[in-house]
Write a protein that binds this ligand. Structure first.
Ligand code: HEM
Length: 631
C-alpha cells in the first residue's frame, strides 16, 4: 500500500490516488426476467474464462472481463496503474428506473449488496456507491440510508428519469436527503435521447451522453434547484460534465441576453461552478486543461470509466502527464475525491506504524479546514509575474483581504437597512434601533482595520511594485465591484461608475440592483419620517430637502433624553462616514508612496483624481446638523 501512494511534492503529505468513476458487474445474479415475469432484463453470459457478455433480453449489450467482478484482478490492475482506491458503481443498464418500484428496489438491493461483497475483498482499497429506485423517492431515500449504514459512500444516479430532469422536485428531495446523509452523488448519463438518429458508431455514447450530462447540470442551475439545495451536497457529473464546460460561455451569454433563458436561478450560471464536481474522463490533455481552468482545480477528480473499452487506458495517465503544478495534480488525483467522498483523510494517509493521532472527526463531520474551505482559499492566489516576484503574493493577499471585509461590510450594512426598515414599520419599538446601532459599530470597527491595513502594503518598495505592475493593466481598483456596492448601499449612487463593470455582466447586474434598492441613507431617513421627525414639502429643491433632513437629525440631538438610541445610530453613521474618508486618505497616501503622481492602471490621473473623492460623504446631513446645532 505504501508503495502505491502518490508521493506529493511537499514532504509531509501523501495523497492517495482515488478513481471515483468506474464500474462493476457481479459474477452472477438471479434471472430477473423469470423472477418478475417481465422481459428484457440485463443478464450475464460467461463466454471464455475471465470473459463475459452483458445481454439485455436477447440483445447483446457489451463485452466485459473479470476486472468487473473479481477484486483480485482489479487490484492487480490498480497496482499496475498506481491507483490506491477505486469507488465502484453499477452500470446504468442496471438502473431499472422504468420498472415497477418493487422490482427496481429488489434489483438495487441485490447490486448494492453485491458491490459491498466485492469491496469486502478489496483490502480496504475498494469503496462503492449504491443505486436507488429513483422512480420512487421514498424508497430511494430509504435504500440510500440503508446503504450508507452498510458502508457505501453515496449513490450513483442517472441524469434523468424518463421525461424528468434532475430539477424534478422528487429528485431534488432525494438530493436533499443525500446531503443530509453525507452521501456523495455521482450523476451518470444514461438512456440517451435521439437514439433513433444515432443507430450506429456508438454515437449515443459519444454524442448523446455528453449532451445528457450537460442537460443534467443546466437543469439544476437554471431551475434554481442549486439555490434550494444545501451547499453541503457533494455531487459530481461523469465524463468531465459532458459538454457543459465547453458550452458554458454559450449558456452564460443566453442568460445575459435572453430573458427567457434566465430560468429561476438567483445567480448567473458561472456562479454555480462551486456547487458540483466533474470527473476527468475527457481523454484529451487540452480538454482537461480547459476543464480545470473552467471549473477550478478543486472541482475535477480522477474518474476513469474503467474497466470498459471507453474508459481511460492507464488510469490517471492523463492527469499525471498534464502540465499542472504538483499541488493541482494532487487535488485532481485524490485530494478532491477525499472531500467529495467524505473519506477520513488522516486514516487514509497514516500507516499502521505511525503514532496514534488525537481524536479525529468522522469523514462526514466538519473539520476546521472543511468548514472554512481552507484548501480552496489557499488555491486562490495566482501571481502573474514570471519569474514570480516575491511581493506579488502580498499584493494579492492584501487586496483579497480587503474584498473579504467588504463582503462582511455589505452583509452587515444590509442588516442595518433591514433593521431601519423594521423600525420604520414599527416606530414605537426600540429593538430595531439598537440592532442597527450594534451592527453599525461592527462596521466602524471593520473599517478601522481597513484603514490600518494599508501599512502592510507599504512595506513593499515602489521598485518592487513596478517590477510587476505592468502585468496588472488594465485591472484597477475602479473595478472593485464590492467597493462600489458599498458606496451605492450607503447612498452614494453614481450611475456613471457602472461603466467600469461592463466587462463583467454579473457585477454590472448586481450594481444596477443596488442602484434600485433602498440605501442605508434612504432607510435611515424613512425611519425618521415614520417617527414624525421629518416632513419634506412637495416641490422642495434638493438643498431644501437636505436642510429638512439635517433639521430632523438636529431634533434628535436636541432631545437627547428621548432619543438616546437614535443618537447612537447617528453617531455610528457619522463615525463610519469619517472612517471611510480616512480609508480614502490612507489609500491616496499609499498610492503616492508607491507610484507618486503617475496615472492609475484604470486610466485615471491617479492620486490627483483620488483626491477629488475625499469630499464624498454618505450622510452630509449628519455633518450639517452639527453646524445647525451651533446656531
Ligand atoms: C500598490 C498599491 C495601490 C496602488 C498603486 C493603487 C492605485 C490606485 C489608483 C491609481 C486608483 C485610481 C483608479 C485607477 O486609475 O486605477 C485606485 C483606485 C482604487 N483602489 Fe487602489 N491602489 C493600490 C492599492 C489598493 C488596495 C490595497 C485597495 C483595497 C481594496 C485598493 C482599492 C481601490 C479602490 C476601491 C479604488 C477605486 C476608488 C474610487 O473610485 O473612489 N487599492 N487605486
Amino acid at each position: 500500500m505504501q508503495a502505491l501512494r502518490h508521493r506529493a511534492s511537499r514532504q509531509t503529505v501523501e495523497m492517495p490516488v482515488i478513481d471515483i468513476h468506474n464500474h462493476f458487474f457481479p459474477r452472477t445474479w438471479p434471472d430477473f426476467a423469470a423472477r418478475f415475469g417481465t422481459p428484457n432484463w440485463p443478464w450475464i453470459k460467461h463466454t471464455d474464462p475471465g470473459k463475459a457478455e452483458i445481454m439485455v433480453g436477447d440483445r447483446f449489450f457489451r463485452h466485459i472481463y473479470s476486472a468487473c467482478w473479481d477484486p483480485e484482478v482489479r487490484l492487480q490492475e490498480m497496482d499496475r496503474d498506481r491507483i490506491e482506491v477505486q469507488v465502484i458503481s453499477a452500470t446504468p443498464v442496471l438502473f431499472a428506473y422504468d420498472r415497477p418500484t418493487e422490482h427496481a428496489l429488489d434489483c438495487a438491493k441485490l447490486f448494492n449488496d453485491a458491490a459491498l461483497e466485492i469491496c469486502g475483498h478489496g483490502k480496504g482499497r475498494l469503496k462503492s456507491l449504491c443505486q436507488v429506485p429513483l422512480q420512487d423517492i421514498d424508497a430511494s431515500c430509504e435504500e440510500l440510508s440503508r446503504c450508507m449504514r452498510a458502508g457505501h459512500l453515496g449513490a450513483q444516479i442517472g441524469n434523468h428519469l424518463g421525461e424528468k430532469n434532475l430539477d424534478d422536485p422528487g429528485i431534488v428531495t432525494f438530493l436533499h436527503h443525500c446531503a443530509d446523509e453525507g452521501a456523495a452523488v455521482l450523476v451518470h448519463p444514461w438512456d440517451m435521447f435521439g437514439q433513433s438518429r444515432m443507430p450506429r458508431y456508438m454515437m449515443p455514447w459519444t454524442v448523446g451522453m455528453p449532451a445528457e450530462t450537460q442537460l443534467g447540470i443546466v437543469a439544476l442551475i437554471l431551475s434554481g434547484a442549486f439555490d434550494k439545495l444545501p451547499k453541503n451536497l457533494r455531487i459530481c457529473f461523469a465524463h468531465g460534465g459532458g459538454s457543459f464546460a465547453f458550452l458554458l460561455g454559450r449558456l452564460q451569454n443566453a442568460w445575459e441576453h435572453h430573458p427567457i433563458a434566465h430560468g429561476n436561478c438567483d445567480l448567473p450560471p458561472k456562479r454555480y461552478l462551486d456547487r458540483f464536481y466533474v470527473d476527468s474522463a475527457v481523454f484529451d490533455g487540452r480538454a482537461l486543461q480547459f476543464l480545470v481552468e473552467t471549473m477550478g482545480a478543486e472541482r475535477v477528480m480522477l474518474g476513469s470509466d474503467y474497466p470498459f473499452p471507453l474508459g481511460e487506458h492507464g488510469i490517471g495517465s492523463l492527469i499525471r502527464s498534464s502540465g499542472f503544478a504538483s499541488a493541482e495534480k494532487e487535488l485532481l488525483l485524490g485530494g478532491n475525491a477525499e472531500k467529495f467522498l467524505g473519506l477520513r483523510t488522516e486514516s487514509t494517509h497514516t500507516g499502521a506504524s505511525e503514532p496514534a493521532k488525537p481524536i479525529e472527526p468522522r469523514g462526514d463531520q466538519l473539520t476546521y479546514s472543511s468548514y472554512l474551505r481552507v484548501p480552496e482559499l489557499l488555491q486562490l492566489q495566482h501571481p502573474q509575474s514570471r519569474p514570480e516576484h516575491h511581493d506579488e503574493l502580498l499584493f494579492i493577499i492584501v487586496h483579497q483581504t480587503y474584498e473579504l471585509w467588504f463582503k462582511e461590510l455589505l452583509h452587515d450594512l444590509d442588516g442595518v437597512v433591514a433593521s431601519l426598515r423594521a423600525s420604520a414599520a414599527n416606530p414605537k419599538s426600540h429593538d430595531h434601533v439598537y440592532e442597527a446601532a450594534r451592527l453599525l459599530r461592527r462596521c466602524t470597527e471593520i473599517t478601522r482595520v481597513l484603514v490600518e491595513q494599508f501599512t502592510i502594503l507599504e512595506t513593499m518598495l515602489p521598485t518592487h511594485f513596478l517590477a510587476f505592475r505592468g502585468k496588472l493593466e488594465p485591472a484597477s481598483g475602479f473595478q472593485s465591484e464590492q467597493f462600489r456596492e458599498l458606496e451605492f448601499l450607503c447612498g452614494l449612487k453614481d450611475e456613471k461608475m457602472l461603466r467600469y463593470h461592463r466587462p463583467t455582466p454579473e457585477a454590472y447586474a448586481q450594481l444596477e440592483r443596488r442602484l434600485r434598492e433602498p440605501s442605508v441613507h434612504d432607510a435611515f431617513f424613512d425611519a425618521l419620517r415614520a417617527m414624525g421627525k421629518l416632513t419634506i414639502p412637495e416641490g422642495a429643491t434638493e438643498r431644501e430637502r437636505l436642510d429638512a433632513r439635517a433639521r430632523a437629525v438636529l431634533s434628535l440631538y436636541r432631545d437627547e433624553h428621548s432619543h438616546r438610541d437614535w443618537i447612537d445610530v447617528c453617531e455610528r453613521l457619522t463615525e463610519f462616514d469619517e472612517l471611510v474618508v480616512s480609508w480614502r486618505l490612507r489609500h491616496i497616501q499609499l498610492v503616492e508612496r508607491i507610484i507618486g503622481m503617475r496615472m492609475g492602471t484604470g486610466g485615471s490621473a491617479g492620486s490627483s483624481y483620488l483626491k477629488l473623492t475625499l469630499d464624498k460623504k454618505f450622510f452630509p446631513e449628519l455633518w450639517e446638523a452639527r453646524t445647525l446645532l451651533t446656531e
